[in-house]
Structure formats: structure tokens, C-alpha cells
Design a protein around this ligand. Structure first.
Ligand code: GUN
Ligand code: FE
Length: 418
């Protein structure tokens, strides 16, 4: 059956190029993209059209780095750098998720809030608890959020109340992978928390598992200078942080590495050669005073940069805010260095928030023909009607000025969810 959404359609075709279709029809066949047309042809006369008037029809958002159990304390605990922040806030909060009924309640809210904010794809960390991780996957799938969720592995440098033995971590990872088979929209991703949390034995186990089952991996890399120094002490045979992951086979094109704020040329060359996806988390980098990512340089180098909210190092679930924060952070860096080429564009921000994530999940960029629709309708029509404003300018303005209250509709997997 043919259906269509009508409005001003904007897609991110490449990091530099928007596809802009003023007042057009996004035609779907059984929930899959059939094409984008300025008018409906005669053979499409029977199409049921949902007319969103002058609103913007955008790709829905991919949040490529966030921590499910940390959502509850978003906006609090903003006063310490990374390693102290983990001990003081993140670890005690995550420990609560040994309680599965608590996890169910919290994760249901999170899944709902993601859809309300137009996020239909995620790469998310859970906690180390297998059963609560399965609950998180179930709640996301029920709400229509797709993507990857990881049971966190951590067998050292963690408090006793949030630490596994190596053997437990391995056994629980296998159980989690087995039980995850029942999900169709949400898939498992191996999640060594970060190098300091994992013994060499555990990393070797995860690398072997990745190779055997062709699994994706997510972790953190070069977020904070104290963290980098700690990795140097813990893994003296690895000259650079990335080499820990690489040594154990956890650093390739199916790998997401959050932050990479302090990655130097050599580390960045390794990421690019292996096709690793850096995930830029501007809000978190600000909150935890980690640094300001050279995101424009990463893009110029051809790195496959995605965006993440990094809740709750980051202070918002909204990918609209996350885009605005990324643009602002890039300009702070530019201002500090008096290098105006550090500023990223709306094209960059929108691409990193949409198509960059889509390609990590194996989809095409933009609204790819044949793929199930993931889209939002963002209604900016109450903002001033400036006479000569372009759709590109309206997108930038919408990123700065709108939020979930202006997201009129959300489609995931071809189904309307809001
Ligand atoms: N590195 C290791 N764990 C975490 C975490 O929970 N948040 C952030 N931002 N960095 C980390
Ligand atoms: Fe994180």
C-alpha cells in the first residue's frame, strides 16, 4: 500500500550536502521509502497523504553513545572530572540496577522519552547486570527504539558493589548474548566499559567473541587526560590508548569509540585506517571538563564521526540540543585557537546525528529507497516567518530553538510512534 508524508523534506546525503525537497511527498510502500517527489504522478493517485503543511520532515535521530542507567540523575553531579565523577555518581547509580523492577520502571521512561525526542536509533550502555540489560532491550523494542545495547563488562578498578569477577563477566556475557536472540529491533553490542575497567584476560575473551560471532563493539577512548595516564600505567606495553583495544581485536569498522577528545594524529590515523567510528559527545565533554573535541579536524580527515548525548555525563537526551552543543563546542575551540575553520556547519551536525549512525547500523545515508522509514516531523511554523529564509536556515534555527514539544510525529521502522 502506498502512503505519503507531505512537507519540507531535508535529508543528510553526505557530511557536506543536504538534500532539500521543498513541499514534497515522501512516498512509502508498506512503510518503506519508495521515493521523494515534488508532485504525485497519476499512478500514485490512490496514495493516502498525511499533509504536515509547512513543517519540516527530517530523518529521525541516532544517539550513538549514552548510558541507560545514568538517565535518572541527568543534570545532577556535574562537579567532578571523569574518574572522580565515576566513583561519586555513575557507579553508585548503576548499582541500583541490580533491582529488575526498578530497572523496568526507569527504562520504560527512558524508552518513552527517546521516542518523544525523535531518537529512533541508539547505541547504548546498560550496566553490568544481565537481567536489567535484557529489560532495557525489551523496553526499547516495545517503544520502537532500534539499535544496539551492551551489557557492560567491568572486572577491575571498580567498587566491590559494581564489579564482576572475570569468570562471572564472561559467563554473564554469554548468557546475555543467548537471551538477546529473542529481540529483533535491538541487538547486542560488546561493551568493555573502558580499558581501565577490564583485565587483559577479559579483553582477550571479548576480542575472541567478537571475531567468532562478528559482533560490534562500543567503548570509551581518550576522553580525559587522567584516564589516558591511567591506561598508560595499566597497559605499559601499549604506547597509546587505542592500542589496548587494537591488541585484543576490538578496534575496527564495527567499533564505536566515545569521545576521542585527546586523540593525537597517530591515534586518529589508526581510527581512520581501521574505520573506527568516533562518537562526539559535546555536552559531556563540557560537563566533565574533559576538553573540546577537534571535531572539524576529524571530519576533514574523513573520520566517520557520529554524535552521542552521553547521558549522563551529558545533560540532555535531545539530539536537537546535542547538535546545537556540538556546533557551539566547535566554535569555542575555534575561538580559543583563533582558527575559524574549527566551526562545524549545520550540514555536519545533521549528518552526524542521522546518516552517520544509519551507516554504522548498515543502512544508507538520507532517506534510502527500500529502507523502512525513520523520520520526524519538526514543526517550526510558529517561529517568525522571515521572508527570505531558506530551508537550510530553517533547519539551523530549528536546531537552536526547538525541542521535543515541536516534534509532531515520529516514525520508526515504518510505523508512527508519536
Ligand atoms: N568512561 C568510563 N565510563 C564512563 C561513563 O560512564 N561515562 C563517561 N562519560 N565516560 C566513561
Ligand atoms: Fe560514556
Amino acid at each position: 500500500m502506498l502512503t505519503a508524508l507531505k512537507g519540507n523534506i531535508i535529508e543528510a546525503l553526505s557530511p557536506d550536502i543536504l538534500g532539500i525537497h521543498p513541499s514534497s511527498y515522501l512516498v512509502l510502500e508498506d512503510g518503506r521509502v519508495e521515493g521523494i517527489y515534488p508532485t504525485l504522478t497519476e499512478n500514485m493517485a490512490e496514495t493516502a497523504v498525511e499533509d504536515f503543511g509547512d513543517a519540516l520532515i527530517l530523518q529521525s535521530f541516532s544517539d550513538m553513545h549514552l548510558h541507560g542507567p545514568q538517565y535518572e540523575y541527568m543534570g545532577t553531579g556535574m562537579d567532578r572530572p571523569l574518574l572522580e565523577w565515576l566513583e561519586t555518581y555513575a557507579f553508585p547509580t548503576e548499582a541500583k540496577y541490580s533491582d529488575t523492577s526498578y530497572a523496568r520502571e526507569m527504562y520504560r521512561t527512558l524508552a518513552h522519552d527517546l521516542i518523544q525526542n525523535g531518537t529512533t536509533r541508539v547505541a547504548m550502555f546498560s550496566s553490568l547486570h544481565t537481567d536489567s540489560t535484557l529489560i532495557l532491550m525489551a523496553e526499547l523494542e516495545k517503544a520502537g527504539v532500534t539499535g544496539y545495547v551492551g551489557k557492560v563488562n567491568m572486572d577491575r578498578n571498580a567498587p566491590p558493589y559494581l564489579c564482576e569477577t572475570t569468570e562471572e563477566s564472561e559467563k554473564e556475557t554469554l548468557r546475555w548474548l543467548e537471551e538477546s536472540k529473542r529481540f529483533t529491533l535491538v541487538k547486542p553490542i560488546l561493551t568493555p566499559r573502558f580499558a581501565p575497567s577490564c583485565s587483559s584476560e577479559l579483553l582477550a575473551f571479548l576480542g575472541k567473541l567478537k571475531a567468532e560471532r562478528d559482533l560490534p563493539v562500543q567503548s570509551h577512548l581518550s576522553e580525559n587526560l587522567g584516564e589516558i595516564a591511567l591506561v598508560g600505567q595499566l597497559f605499559p606495553d601499549c604506547p597509546q590508548y587505542w592500542e589496548v583495544y587494537d591488541k585484543y581485536g576490538l578496534f575496527d569498522s564495527k567499533t564505536l569509540m566515545a569521545h576521542c577528545v585527546h586523540s593525537d594524529r597517530r591515534e586518529r590515523a589508526a581510527m581512520r585506517l581501521r574505520g573506527v567510528h568516533p562518537v562526539h559527545c559535546a555536552s559531556s565533554n563540557n560537563s566533565l571538563m574533559s576538553g573540546i573535541s577537534p571535531v572539524a579536524d576529524l571530519l576533514r580527515e574523513g573520520q566517520k564521526v557520529c554524535l552521542g548525548s552521553d547521558v549522563s555525563g551529558g545533560t540532555t537526551l535531545s539530539m536537537l540540543r546535542t547538535m546545537a552543543n556540538s556546533i557551539s563546542a566547535s566554535k569555542d575551540r575555534g575561538a580559543l585557537q583563533q582558527d575559524f575553520s574549527q566551526a562545524i556547519s549545520i550540514e555536519h551536525a545533521y549528518y552526524m546525528t542521522t546518516s552517520a549512525g544509519q551507516t554504522f547500523f548498515g543502512h544508507g545515508a538520507g532517506f534510502t529507497v527500500g529502507e523502512k522509514l525513520h523520520a520526524i516531523v519538526l514543526d517550526d511554523t510558529k517561529l517568525p516567518k522571515l521572508p527570505n529564509i531558506t530551508l537550510r536556515e530553517r533547519l539551523l534555527r530549528a536546531v537552536y530553538r526547538l525541542d521535543d514539544r515541536h516534534i509532531r510525529a515520529v516514525y520508526s521502522e515504518g510505523v508512527r510512534r508519536k
